[in-house]
Design a protein around this ligand. Structure first.
Ligand SMILES: NC(=O)C1=CN([C@@H]2O[C@H](COP(=O)(O)OP(=O)(O)OC[C@H]3O[C@@H](n4cnc5c(N)ncnc54)[C@H](OP(=O)(O)O)[C@@H]3O)[C@@H](O)[C@H]2O)C=CC1
Ligand SMILES: O=C(CO)COP(=O)(O)O
Length: 325
């Protein structure tokens, strides 16, 4: 049994906290929103982020980060990539230096091009870091539905320890020392889910969706390999596994964001879709390394309203013919 501090009271932080508590850990969750904290502690629900879902009643929440972090032996950091610098800067004095911190966000910081582990390492250079990623919708995990994910840390022993602490009857963690491979897969699949949703929303059909996701996966592989990711990580739960999930269903917020673009719907007041902020920086990173990533670049241009979906599709189809690699 571990004493776990969860930073972030959104959908994923709440789901992971509830799951970890159900598996016998002592879990305290830090959220900024008083109403979220009160609702978790009193009725065991997070009506703002996981409406209608009953949480494990032993999950406790607080707006006091010091109280949550005191005495913990594992930290799950479940704050979106674009908010991570601000959040960790604010919390750094309270984070025990010897306690492993597991990043559960999926994105690339727009301002710096850093993956979440790079953001945290910049602020907390001596912290032991891990990452958790894979096919796992918050609602599924909070409802106790089964899935499997990957837990990564540069130190394989640490990855094994975190995987053991979080695994249980309905949640199976595989471990790896390929931290960057796990993080980049999670970040890029969100961008590709926007493409998949946009294709369906625009009425291009399931064949176009499958073609885009497959060729998008080639781009993901190229970028990930250029950063040192191993092929088995790219083909694993945090790469192909999460891509399959997120590109297939409107249960994904990124896919449904794409769907809304394709249908020409209003994009204001939508839930978090990390791929929106990640697309442009991912396209820039690829271009900077001379990596062909036309689908990721097209998503960035569509989001930036530089081109329409129809123009993007036309341009993708008109590219010079080549061998499939
Ligand atoms: N939802 C899912 O199914 C999954 C999500 N993820 C990833 O997890 C990450 C978080 O997603 P999710 O929980 O769904 O997002 P939500 O939008 O549901 O929640 C985001 C949470 O982060 C909090 N937050 C934002 N900025 C700060 C800050 N500066 N300090 C403290 N807390 C902050 C928000 O607090 P406040 O309410 O006060 O704004 C909110 O509690 C994303 O990277 C996502 O890609 C990964 C797997 C599954
Ligand atoms: O990462 C996720 C599932 O593994 C959640 O995806 P969305 O953020 O697109 O909902």
């Amino acid at each position: 049994m571990s004493t776990i501090a969860v930073l972030g009271g959104g959908a994923w932080g709440t789901a992971l906290g509830s799951m970890a508590a159900r598996h016998g850990n002592e879990v305290k969750l830090y959220a900024r929103d008083v109403s979220v904290v009160e609702s978790i502690n009193s009725v065991h629900r997070n009506e703002r982020y996981l409406p209608g879902i009953d949480l494990y009643p032993k999950l406790a929440a607080s707006t006091d980060a010091a109280e949550v972090l005191r005495g913990c032996d594992l930290i799950l950091c479940v704050i979106p990539a674009q908010a991570l610098t601000h959040a960790i800067e604010g919390l750094k004095a309270l984070i025990p230096v010897d306690t492993p911190l597991v990043i559960c966000a999926k994105g690339i910081e727009r301002a710096s091009g850093s993956l979440p582990s790079g953001i945290v390492a910049r602020i907390l250079p001596n912290q032991k870091l891990g990452a958790l990623s894979g096919p796992s919708f918050a609602t599924d995990v909070a409802n106790g539905l089964p899935t499997a994910v990957t837990v990564a840390a540069r130190d394989q022993l640490l990855a094994d320890t975190i995987a053991a602490a979080l695994s249980g009857r309905t949640f199976r963690c595989y471990s790896t020392d390929d931290l960057i491979g796990v993080e980049i897969g999670g970040a890029l699949k969100n961008v590709l889910a926007i493409a998949a949703g946009a294709a369906i929303g625009r009425g291009y059909g399931a064949s176009a969706q499958a073609a885009l996701v497959t060729r998008g996966f080639v781009e993901l592989r190229r970028i990930a390999q250029s950063m040192g990711a191993r092929p088995e990580t790219i083909m694993g739960l945090s790469g192909l596994g999460d891509l399959m999930l997120t590109c297939a269903t409107p249960q994904s917020r990124n896919y449904s964001y794409g769907l809304a673009i394709g249908r020409g719907e209003d994009l204001s007041n939508r839930p978090l879709a990390e791929g929106v902020a990640t697309a442009a920086i991912a396209a820039e990173l690829a271009a900077g390394k001379d990596i062909e990533a036309p689908i990721i670049a097209a998503v960035a241009q569509i989001l930036d309203r530089q081109i329409t979906i129809d123009e993007a599709m036309e341009a993708l189809l008109a590219r010079p013919l080549k061998t499939e690699n």
